[in-house]
Design a binder for this molecule. Structure first.
Ligand SMILES: O=C(O)CCC(=O)C(=O)O
Ligand SMILES: [Fe+2]
Length: 348
């Protein structure tokens, strides 16, 4: 299957950023040293490698089925396009969002399958998908979503405990039984690209688990202005914190800026696929720093300008607004004046 195995290794001569490696089995077992390292990763860079996540089989199937789905004729995929009204689920065609302040069009396409639709299958919660997705809901999407939800719930329980929140608070805000924005995403970038794939951004939701075979993902470490590749390591996922956890924790959990560039060196000759799972809060949850529930968060919130982490919006509205603002059709007249939708949490 083209693009799914690693055709050529990641080059040794491009600048990379090391990530802490977190062993999921040790997190589950509550090893204090592993938990300390996870906390360090989540609060300093907001990114870490995850090993022993036991998602390998599910991820292999996802790469396979997603490649087939993205191979469908454009006309067929367009029947499921996410549109310009802020919906995330469905197909996103190439060239529909800007990757920089001048309005350069992106060159990635992706397919987002809602967590709710996978978990309620065959009942539709949000929308329908191409038939190849439906055919593989039970053997591919549902198991991938279930296991990914479990991994992220383990992280959420630990973060809420370390933040001093009441037990079960993050589980309550990310309750899979309520309607939420969680989704599985399959991305494809064509080979031989020279421009940015996914522009600089922070993630809209709470947590992401990214599975990469080819390079391309880059982070800008805090306090620098340099982009560095995150080297894909076979069997390791890359996890990162998104904006909604940064908001709930008044910035204690770090949502760091990242982007996707063409794979480096010889890898650029191949199409790039990536598979991500995003956990997002339930639609009805109001996004604000949870200062009244944790002295630690109250202390952090007191150090930033009043209202910085008070969005006044529910997660459903807030994420939809961020997505709407990305779509080029909604952005006429933006370029040159207002910048991009990529500057992180600024009370939007
Ligand atoms: O493709 C990747 O490596 C990461 C994609 C990403 O950052 C995103 O979809 O938010
Ligand atoms: Fe991202």
């Amino acid at each position: 299957m083209p693009g799914l195995t690693i055709p050529v290794p990641f080059p040794g001569d491009v600048p990379t950023h090391p990530l802490l490696v977190i062993d999921f089995t040790l997190v589950q077992a509550g090893y204090p040293e592993e938990l300390d390292r996870l906390w360090k990763a989540a609060t300093e860079l907001g990114f870490w490698y995850l090993k022993n996540h036991s998602l390998d089989d599910e991820v292999a199937k996802m790469f396979h089925v997603c490649a087939e789905a993205l191979d469908l004729p454009l006309e067929e995929k367009m029947k499921f396009e996410q549109g310009d009204s802020g919906d995330s689920f469905g197909y996103k065609a190439r060239g529909t969002i800007a990757t920089d302040k001048t309005g350069t069009r992106d060159n990635v396409e992706f397919l987002n399958i809602s967590q709710d639709d996978a978990l309620s299958w065959p009942r539709v919660t949000h929308r329908t998908y191409p038939s190849i997705v439906n055919e593989h809901m039970e053997d591919t999407f549902v198991p991938f979503v279930r296991k990914s939800v479990d991994v992220n719930n383990t992280f959420l329980s630990f973060f809420e405990q370390r933040l001093g929140l009441p037990q079960g608070e993050f589980s309550r805000l990310h309750d899979p039984r309520r309607v939420n924005g969680g989704e599985a995403r399959c991305i494809r970038t064509p080979p031989k690209q020279e421009t940015t794939g996914v522009g600089a951004h922070t993630d809209f939701g709470s947590l992401a688990i990214v599975h990469n075979r080819l390079g391309g993902l880059q982070v800008m470490p805090p306090g620098t202005d340099q982009w560095l590749y995150i080297k894909p390591v076979p069997g390791y996922a890359v996890c990162n914190i998104g904006d909604t956890l940064a908001i709930f924790s008044a910035g204690i959990l770090r949502s760091n800026v990242h982007r996707v560039m063409p794979p480096p060196g010889e890898q650029s000759q191949f199409p790039r696929y990536s598979i991500t799972f995003f956990t997002r809060p339930d639609y009805e949850v109001v996004l604000r720093a949870l200062r009244d529930q944790s002295p630690l968060i109250a202390e952090a919130a007191a150090k930033v300008p009043e209202g910085q982490y008070e969005t006044g919006s529910t997660a459903g509205e807030w994420v939809a607004r961020r997505i709407r603002n990305l779509r080029l059709k909604n952005r006429e007249g933006w370029f040159g004046s207002q910048g991009t939708e990529h500057e992180g949490v600024k009370g939007r």
